[in-house]
Design a protein around this ligand. Sequence first.
Ligand SMILES: Cc1cc2nc3c(=O)[nH]c(=O)nc-3n(C[C@H](O)[C@H](O)[C@H](O)COP(=O)(O)O)c2cc1C
Length: 175
Amino acid sequence: MELKNAIYKRRSIRKYAQAQIPLEHIEKMIESAQMAPSWKNSQTARFYVAHTEKAIEEMRDCLASFNKERTENVGAFIVTTVVKGISGYVNDQPTHLGNGFECFDNGLSVQNLLLTATELGYGSLIMGLYKPEKIKELFQIPTTEEVVVVIALGKADVNPDTPPRLPLDQILTIK
Ligand SMILES: Cc1cc2nc3c(=O)[nH]c(=O)nc-3n(C[C@H](O)[C@H](O)[C@H](O)COP(=O)(O)O)c2cc1C
């Protein structure tokens, strides 16, 4: 699939049909995530995958209730975390964005992951509303990391239209 197609075809999917995802596909997604740029190549994104039926159900219990409803039948969840206090720091001092570059790096890697998922034929949904402490307990995530997003992956059972985007003249300034 052409990059442009993947960019424009990817949609947030909130209804899934039953289907499994081979682990090789998950690995391809994570490898593409690793190719994203990061602050001083610090590579602070980490990935935790729920792949068995049991782990998937445990993960669904960690989600906000409306996200739990939207993720019935998913084939996997990927939790992204950031190793805190590295990306965006110069001599232990943060920039004007505070620790914002940590999540910036994470987002860059997540978009690569989503585009690869689209190319492999999967629907996906990023979720920012979940119970972080429950997820940390489930995966035994070290205290040096913070959870960023949870990504649902599976076979889309809907084909949503593109939600409207702002017109260019509202978001673009050229001098
Ligand atoms: C950081 C982040 C958190 C999000 N959290 C949720 C969520 O908790 N539940 C949900 O259904 N969608 C969530 N979304 C999906 C957005 O609503 C969606 O990307 C947006 O409406 C644009 O639609 P599109 O992804 O189809 O282009 C989230 C997206 C991002 C980037």
